[in-house]
Structures are given as C-alpha cells and as structure tokens.
Design a binder for this molecule. Structure first.
Ligand SMILES: Nc1ncnc2c1ncn2[C@@H]1O[C@H](COP(=O)(O)OP(=O)(O)O)[C@@H](O)[C@H]1O
Ligand SMILES: [Mg+2]
Length: 371
C-alpha cells in the first residue's frame, strides 16, 4: 500500500517546510524560515540551486518522480512551492497521499495557464485585457478581429520574464500584403504552441499588490508597488506607488476576491495595469512570493517571505505595515558585477542570489534603497 503522509495543521518551531523549487525565491523563503526556527527541505530537478546554500536539506528529483515526492513529503511537515510550473498532477499526487500543500492546487492550475487564469478573473468580476484562445493560424486571425491591434500573442503555459510572447503591431505598420506573413511569423515565434491573444493595454503604469491569506482566512496586504519592466523583465519596484486612494482600494478588493475564491493559503502577487482614467485591469497573478515584493524585506517589519512561511506553517500572519519608502532594483545579468559600488552606498541593502553564472537576462540579485 502507498505510504500515508500525515502533516500537522500547525508547524511548530523545529518543524520542516518542504519547498518545491530552489531558485532565489526558495532561497529567501528558506532564510525566513530559519529566522522563525523552522528548517527547510528543497526539492528541485537541478544539481545545484540558489536555495541549497541556506536550506537544511535538498533532494534532487524531477517534479514527477512519485517515489521521490513521497519520500520528500514524509520528511517534511508541510509543502509549498516557489515556482508556479510545478505540474499540478504532482501536487494532486502529494495531496492524495495525505500531504498538506499550501497554497493548494487550485491556485497553481489557474496561474499555470493564461487562458484559465483570465477566465477565472473575469468570473470573479476582475477586468482583464480582451483575450482570445489561439490554437492555429485561423484562430489567430479570428482573435485579431476580436481584440484588435496591437495585440500580444502569449503561450498559455510556461512563459516568464516576457518569454513566450510576441507583439503583433498596428495595421499601419504592415507592408502591402504582409498580414499573412505577420501572423505566420508571430505563430512561429511562440513555437506554434496553444496560446492566448491579448489586446494591448495602453496602461499609464503597472502596479502590484502582494497579499497573504492564513489557514484561518485572515488576509493581510502590503502597500501597492509601482513596477517598471525592461525588455519584459521587472527592473524596479517603487513604494509607494503613484496611484489614487480609490485605485489602491480597488486593487486591494480584487486581491481579496482572488485570495478568497481560491481558498488560498500563503503569499500571492497580483499584477495590474493602471489606465489613464485610473481604471484597473488585472494582468496576471503569481501563486507565490513575487519579485515586486522584494522591497518588503527591507521596508516592512515582516517581509513577504516571512509572511509566506507563517501562512503555510499555520501561524498567525505578521504586520505588513511599511515603515519606509523604498525602491527595489533587480540586478540582471552582468549588472551584478558592480556589487561593490552598491555595497558602498548608505541606506541600501544588497541581496545576491549566489548564482555562479551571470547569463544575460538572468536575475542575479537585487538592491533596495530606503528613502
Ligand atoms: N496585454 C498587454 N498590454 C500591454 N502590455 C502588456 C500586456 N501583456 C504584457 N504586457 C507587458 O509585458 C510584461 C510581461 O508580461 P506578463 O504577461 O506579465 O508575462 P510574464 O509572465 O513574463 O511576467 C507586463 O508586465 C507588461 O509590461
Ligand atoms: Mg508578469
């Protein structure tokens, strides 16, 4: 008979948090867990991961290796994930073995597929960009009639940091007779994979809300951050965001709705487009700690990482109150090489992820300036 796991409701100090994924988010979660007297065990497919340096234990395993997943589940007291592309089937397998996985599979399934995600958001009354499911050239053409141009074609699954996306420009950029070529090019560009076509949102700014929900349904939200992307990758997050009180309240209400609808436990990151008229459109959400919440490590009593560990361990949530204004800047690729210059600044905190190789576009660390 399959081994039966019996995870406790509350993980006491000394207990073990299992984390699926070993990137920088896992690393920062492990550091916060240690601060709370908890151990961490990381399961990741890689030989080495940024979280290894600070975790109590690691397992090298594919996310689909059931024997290894079971042994991992038996060695920990609760399981969470730092990576939204862990297969939902693996989480279902863990749950059916008696393991507690927080947040649960509902959040993962919705966040993994942009079409499912947007449909869910519309169902709970949150506005999204107009969208259309694309499975071939004919549906891409129909989608362009539906959402207009410019439009963004995105793979439904596995996109991150702007990868798996391509923009289809306005009609006036077409050379005569180039329409077919343009759609064929876009379709090839995203690898002819099941996709979603989104109308381009002419946003004034991008903001995000980092929220948390406890096992008891208590919800705490951090202040909204204003986010600037460069080449599809987050570059800076600034708090406070330039947005009216009404807009912020609207974003907070949507975040509450998402958390409750998913019966969520843990930290979530919700990304919004803010329009000129202050209207809000949800771009996407991440069922995990979020890059646009890294500032909370330096500008709040309880960071998003500590908050997530508290939530999944069944602890009371901490105070998300912001004590300082802050700007978080990602160090991408070889930008990390000037760590020393940053280290010389005052009111600035340096966070490096221990990655060996500074490949272009790779998030190597971040700095937070306290204002
Ligand atoms: N429909 C859209 N309209 C305008 N800009 C968009 C749209 N979709 C994405 N973008 C821009 O691209 C960035 C990355 O897209 P996003 O869907 O968040 O993908 P990722 O999963 O890579 O973060 C967004 O933060 C935004 O700047
Ligand atoms: Mg995004």
């Amino acid at each position: 008979m399959a081994q039966q796991i019996n995870h406790p409701d509350v993980v006491e100090p000394g207990g073990v948090i299992g984390i699926l994924g070993g990137g920088q988010l896992g690393r920062m979660l492990a550091m916060s867990a240690a601060q709370l007297g908890l151990q961490t065990h990381i399961l990741r497919p890689d030989e080495l991961s940024p979280a290894d340096d600070v975790a109590s234990a690691t397992t090298k395993s594919a996310y689909t290796d059931e024997a290894k997943l079971l042994a991992f589940a038996a060695a920990v007291d609760v399981i969470t994930y730092e990576f939204e592309n862990v297969p939902a089937a693996s989480v279902n397998f863990l749950t059916s073995s008696g393991a507690k996985v927080r947040p649960g599979v509902a959040a993962l399934e919705k966040a993994q597929d942009r079409l499912v995600e947007k449909t869910f958001l519309n169902e709970i009354g949150a506005a999204t960009a107009p969208f259309y499911a694309v499975d071939d050239l004919a549906s891409l053409e129909a989608g362009l009639n539906h959402v207009g141009r410019p439009a963004i074609l995105k793979t439904r699954r596995l996109g991150y940091d702007g990868k798996g996306q391509t923009t289809i420009t306005k009609e006036e950029h077409d050379l005569p007779g180039a329409f077919e070529k343009a759609i064929e090019h876009a379709w090839a560009e995203i690898g002819a994979a099941p996709s979603i076509l989104e109308g381009f949102v002419p946003f004034e700014r991008e903001i995000s809300i980092i929220g948390a929900r406890s096992v008891d349904g208590d919800i705490r939200l951090y202040d909204a951050a204003e986010n600037v992307h460069r080449a599809g990758i987050l570059k800076t997050s600034t708090v406070p965001a330039k947005a009216s009180a009404v807009t912020i309240q609207n974003a907070q209400e949507i975040t509450h709705k998402i958390l409750n609808a998913l019966d969520y436990v843990g930290v979530i990151g919700v990304e919004f487009f803010m329009l000129k008229d202050s209207g809000l459109i949800v771009n996407e959400f991440a069922p995990r700690v979020h890059n646009s919440g890294h500032w909370t490590s330096d500008a709040c009593a309880v960071s998003q990482f500590e908050q997530h560990i508290r939530a999944v361990a069944g602890w009371p949530l901490g105070d998300p109150c912001r004590h300082s204004d802050a700007v978080m800047e990602n160090l991408i690729g070889d930008e990390v090489n000037v760590w020393r210059t940053h280290a010389e600044q005052s009111n600035l905190s340096v966070h490096l992820y221990g990655k060996r190789e500074a490949r272009p576009g790779r998030k190597m660390g971040h700095i937070t300036t306290i204002k």
